[in-house]
Design a protein around this ligand. Structure first.
Ligand SMILES: Cc1ncc(C[n+]2csc(CCOP(=O)(O)OP(=O)(O)O)c2C)c(N)n1
Ligand SMILES: [Mg+2]
Length: 303
């Protein structure tokens, strides 16, 4: 199958939503973003159920972060995914490709009609993101510990080219146990990359256990600060707080956002349970999950 192409109609829907968000007051803005995040979670459930594989827990913990980035923070045009002046997002925790694909499709980088092909033979929507096949994917990820080194290079490159683009790298917390991240952090602070932001999806779970039992990260804020970063801490499911945390660039150093999240956020029986790192829901669990998300969607309809 060929690489995917931008979808004009869906991009128009995304732009219409953008205009509504611009006009909305704070409460309406939060409701519209919550509805978009819930739609992404519903799509993720359907994609993983159809594929019989995926990483639902990490998809759900990062969904609100991606939704706010792509609807409230980034300067992007899904019709021109390669335009040089764009902001860049690298999902370093590439196992959460389903959440990224659902988000990119909602912006019109490609049609949401492609989402059911997730992980099917010959589909461009591989289990881990591929920049050659999927518009909006900046870097191939999946092997943990690669996204931030590439992000540092991206931020340096845009600076050398004289552009003011920002680069956002989304990391798993377990992923921080890869030493390559800390080498990249040293380099970023050495170069004073104020235009670089890392967002750590701090759900406190990794593949088989809690991060703090496996290889402790705390005191994470002190450690990041010691590496020369401006540290901001936020509730990773609070859309308004995410927007105000992610919007300002760093003052004189790169920015590390610790986004406190719940793995599996949004579906009660998936939340904070280690086995849902890559468990696939049964038909009955799919029904229950979609019912919970439908309930959430009803409560989120803006007045
Ligand atoms: C280098 C590398 N080692 C191991 C894996 C297998 N793996 C995939 S996801 C994961 C756990 C990641 O945990 P975390 O970064 O906390 O992600 P999240 O909780 O957001 O799913 C592991 C070990 C991998 N993809 N890459
Ligand atoms: Mg984690």
């Amino acid at each position: 199958m060929e690489s995917l192409k931008p979808a004009a109609e869906q991009r128009q829907r995304w732009m219409d939503l953008g205009r509504r968000l611009d006009r909305a007051d704070d409460a309406q803005w939060a409701e519209l973003i919550a509805a978009a995040a819930t739609r992404t979670r519903r799509r993720v459930v359907e994609m993983i159920a159809a594929a019989g594989a995926g990483h639902i827990g990490g998809d759900f913990s990062v969904t609100d972060i991606l939704t706010v980035l792509f609807n409230g923070v980034l300067r992007i045009d899904p019709a021109r995914p390669d335009q040089p002046e764009r902001d860049h997002v690298i999902l370093s925790k590439g196992h959460c490709a389903a959440a990224l694909y659902a988000t990119l499709a909602s912006c019109g980088y490609f049609s949401p009609a492609e989402l059911p092909t997730f992980m099917a033979p010959l589909s461009p929507l591989n289990g881990h993101p591929n920049r050659v096949k999927v518009p909006g994917v900046e870097t191939n990820t999946g092997p943990l510990g690669h996204g931030l080194p590439v992000g540092v290079g991206t931020a340096l490159g845009t600076r050398l080219a004289g552009r003011d683009s920002r680069t956002f790298v989304v990391l798993g917390d377990g992923e921080l146990q890869e030493g390559s991240n800390w080498e990249a952090m040293m380099a970023a602070s050495h170069y004073g990359l104020t235009e670089l932001v890392i967002i750590i999806d701090r759900n406190r779970l990794q593949q088989g256990a809690r991060t703090e039992e496996t290889n402790r990260l705390d005191p994470l804020d002190d450690r990041l600060a010691a590496f020369g970063w401006e540290v901001r801490t936020v509730d990773g499911h609070d859309h308004r707080a995410l927007r105000s945390t992610l919007t300002p660039a760093g003052r004189d150093r790169p920015v590390a956002v610790i986004a406190n999240t719940i793995k599996g956020k949004g579906v009660s029986f998936i939340e904070d349970r280690v086995e849902w790192h890559h468990k696939v829901p049964t038909d009955e669990q799919v029904r229950l999950a979609l019912a919970e998300l439908a309930q959430a969607a009803e409560e989120e309809v803006p007045a």
